[in-house]
Design a protein around this ligand. Structure first.
Ligand code: RIB
Ligand code: CA
Length: 317
């Protein structure tokens, strides 16, 4: 895999925090040009504070830009039961001295994209509601040509984890999700169909909590909070949803999926945030199918690669 220019848009958030650790452990694979934050798991101030502290803690030297504090239309809805009041479970990190960028995330992303040399494109990995990305595409539609692909954790074709129909990121901002789905940009959807097969078990988390390496221990601590404070405690394992987009970029061979034409329900009813889609070769054009939906994953390989990365990050300190 050649080194990818990457912007990470996230709402840390426990699994976003583990995703950032995974990114830091694979910095030879990514040129991370920015981490941008969006209101989602917690309010924009908390997720931005967390992004600053996490990147410093992992030794990631990268600009952090604060993004949209509310979804496009509705009010925010946070997830303290899964991520805690701080957004990082019960973990306390040393406060970073770094400040957020002067420019808000959307303008900061736009400037990075505009500055790319002729013919170069970058990849966006989005692991929160798609509000920032939607605003970027609406304000600067011509910038689509500088985006190689967008890999997003969001949506579900197998029912929701917030309502019966909707996955959290799509539930929080379905209008933004619709703008991205209809953008024509090549998309990889890492929805619940695949992320609920990408878990760590209670024993694997307990072992991380006993690690001598601060980053591995911190990630174990945060995932332990999510595991024991949600119905995942009955399952004995918890999905590390937000690692999947980056895991797919590095190890595509452990995943499989299908190309789809998707839409998202933006009404106010019980289906708000639901993803609708499919592909009928006799009715649809291949060219219109711009979303590669991941549906299967090799769970053991996912666990092996994630755990190895978390320990490797500690050893690098
Ligand atoms: O549904 C899971 C997604 O919602 C993850 O991105 C998690 O961090 C929350 O944002
Ligand atoms: Ca997230």
């Amino acid at each position: 895999m050649e080194k990818r220019k990457l912007i990470i848009d996230c709402d840390p958030g426990v699994d976003d925090a583990v995703m950032l650790a995974f990114a830091a452990a694979h910095r030879e694979k990514f040129e991370i040009l920015a981490v941008t934050t969006v209101s989602g798991n917690q309010d924009i101030e908390k997720v931005t504070r967390n992004a600053l502290d996490l990147t410093a803690f992992y030794g990631l030297s990268v600009p952090v830009a604060q993004g949209m504090g509310t979804p496009l239309v509705k009010e925010p809805c946070y997830a303290p039961e899964t991520h805690g009041e701080s957004g990082l479970g019960s973990l306390r990190l040393p406060p970073s001295q770094q400040k957020v960028t002067e420019e808000p995330a959307v303008l900061f992303m736009y400037r990075i994209l505009k500055a790319l040399p002729e013919g170069e494109k970058l990849t966006i990995a989005a692991t929160g509601p798609l509000t920032n990305i939607a605003v970027l595409l609406k304000l600067f539609p011509e910038i689509k040509g500088k985006i190689r692909e967008i890999l997003f954790m969001g949506g579900s074709l197998c029912g929701g984890n917030v309502t019966a129909a909707a996955e959290f990121n799509f539930y929080v901002d379905p209008e933004a999700a619709g703008i991205v789905l209809h953008s024509g940009i090549p998309l990889v959807m890492c929805g619940l169909d695949v992320t609920e097969k990408c878990t760590l078990t209670r024993n694997q988390i307990l072992k991380l909590c006993q690690s001598g390496y601060p980053a591995a221990r911190a990630c174990g601590d945060m995932m332990g909070f999510s595991l024991e404070n949600t119905p995942d405690k009955y399952r004995g394992e918890t999905s590390v949803h937000d690692v999947v987009p980056l895991m797919y970029l590095i190890y595509p061979e452990i995943f499989s999926g299908k190309t789809q034409i998707l839409d998202v329900e933006c009404g106010g009813g019980s289906a708000r945030g639901a993803v609708l889609g499919g592909f009928r070769w006799w009715r649809n054009e291949e060219a219109d199918a711009n979303v590669y939906v991941l549906t299967e994953a090799d769970k053991e390989k996912f666990q092996e690669y994630l755990i190895t990365a978390l320990y490797a990050l500690g050893a690098a300190e």
